[in-house]
Write a protein that binds this ligand. Structure first.
Ligand SMILES: Cc1cc2nc3c(=O)[nH]c(=O)nc-3n(C[C@H](O)[C@H](O)[C@H](O)COP(=O)(O)OP(=O)(O)OC[C@H]3O[C@@H](n4cnc5c(N)ncnc54)[C@H](O)[C@@H]3O)c2cc1C
Length: 400
């Protein structure tokens, strides 16, 4: 394993840390208080600055205007940006757009790239990914109700989705819909690009997450497709290739999420240590003198470091051997890092006492926004089965 960081990366990470402190973090309070839409003028100015400084699209190859980093290098960038809820958005590497850019690059036609990918890369529009349905288990992507029926040179889409993250204000959705109901289960669904001004697309609501509905980019929508007609040229990849493309999207996406979570861990850890060092429980007795708080700090330090190494190793393996060979490592980090992150956030909140559950620190929002980490992109339990299956195979036990 070679984790040497090149001088170019050391410089980039240093510049990004400084940009985060000087420009990104100062905007957090405004966005948390006013919402994403009302903060657009400041956010767009921030994005323009990120672009000028050479921080734009760290996850994309240089041919498409990105920084051309390896997955492992982007992982390191993602950790730095993850310290702020605005970090990834500022550099145009936020989910779900980052995943959509990747699949459009890999599977899009020249026309789709021109119409949907290029404005996305330039940061002029946003997008969303519309797969999960309230009436069906998201954990079984082969069982979807949404149908896209071909009529002449159009698909007619009907379906009900939710957790179409960031649909509020997005220009298009990539919709997972059944096009071939009689094909084998993994070949039934296709991905279809639906511009959100298409008649029949209905935005229902931003689903409140622990009481917070959010807005614009910071939201998770319930939507309906009601006889929504799009040209067949909006099909992404082949008919029936929806599941395969979704798998391609999720592999690197999990590295991005996990490293962003390490950034959240480090920010929470900083806050925990600051509070432990300064909050006196009696005159001259800061909280950090209590052994139980010391134990939380030590355990958090060890767990964050272990989590980071596991993610960087998974990224390193994907860079060299591809997604398929790395599926056990990817599944391990998905449930392990989510668990570490939630434990570290919770300890940091505990050390802050009542202040920890207020909006005066980012900790409460971290907990609210990131609890879903154990559910999306594969629930913990599903990933544990993948790891156990791989581990038991050499011992002769074949799990389905
Ligand atoms: C914050 C957030 C953002 C999201 N963004 C998007 C998005 O942009 N686009 C999109 O399409 N979807 C999105 N989702 C939805 C997400 O992909 C689904 O929630 C996920 O796939 C799980 O599906 P479900 O919620 O229907 O839970 P279910 O499939 O009903 O599962 C419920 C629970 O059952 C357990 N379980 C499931 N399968 C198994 C198994 N095989 N073995 C043991 N236990 C099991 C797990 O504990 C799981 O949490 C998002 C979700 C969240 C929370």
């Amino acid at each position: 394993m070679d984790f040497d960081i090149s001088p170019k990366m050391t410089e980039l990470l240093g510049q990004l840390r400084e940009f985060l402190q000087s420009d990104i973090m100062p905007l957090e309070k405004t966005v948390a208080e006013q919402g994403f839409r009302a903060s657009q003028p400041q956010l767009q100015a921030l994005r323009a600055k990120a672009r000028e400084r050479g921080f734009w699209l760290p996850q994309i190859d240089s041919e498409h205007g990105g920084l051309g980093l390896s997955l492992m290098e982007h992982g390191m960038v993602s950790e730095v940006l993850g310290r702020s809820p605005l970090g990834h958005y500022t550099c145009n590497c936020q989910a779900p757009d980052a995943g959509n850019m990747e699949i459009l690059i890999q599977f899009g036609t020249p026309e789709q790239k021109q119409k949907f990918l290029n404005p996305l890369l330039r940061g002029e529009i946003r997008s969303c990914f519309s797969m999960t349905e309230p009436e069906r288990p998201g954990s079984n992507p082969t069982w979807l109700d949404t149908q896209a029926v071909r009529e002449g040179d159009q698909f007619v889409i009907n379906g009900h989705k939710w957790f179409t993250s960031s649909a509020d204000g997005a220009s298009f959705a990539i919709v997972m819909a059944v096009t071939n109901p009689d094909a084998p289960p993994y070949e039934r669904a296709s991905q279809i690009i639906v511009p959100l001004d298409t008649p029949g697309f209905r935005f229902v609501r931003n689903v409140p997450i622990m009481g917070h509905a959010g807005d614009d980019y910071d939201s998770h929508a319930e939507v309906r497709y009601e006889n929504c007609r799009v040209p067949v040229t909006n099909l992404l990849g082949g008919e029936g290739a929806g599941f395969l493309i979704a798998q391609e999207r999720l592999g690197p996406g999990r590295i991005h999420h996990c490293m962003r979570w390490i950034g959240i861990c480090e920010r929470s850890f900083d806050l925990m240590c600051q509070r432990a060092a300064t909050r006196e429980v009696a005159p001259g007795k800061p909280l950090g003198t209590k052994e139980i708080v010391q134990a939380w700090i030590a355990e958090s330090r060890a767990e964050i470091d272990a989590a980071r190494l596991a993610v960087l190793h998974a990224a390193w393996k994907i860079d060299r051997q591809g997604l398929y060979q790395s599926r056990s490592e990817i599944s391990c980090i998905k449930f392990f890092v989510a668990d570490v992150m939630l434990k570290v956030i919770d300890r940091a909140i505990q050390v802050h006492g009542a202040l920890g559950v207020t909006s005066d620190t980012p900790l409460a929002a971290f907990l609210r926004n990131e609890r879903g980490a154990r559910i999306y992109d594969g629930a913990d339990e599903v990933h544990k089965v993948v790891v156990a299956r791989q581990a038991l195979k050499p011992y002769g036990l074949k799990l389905k």
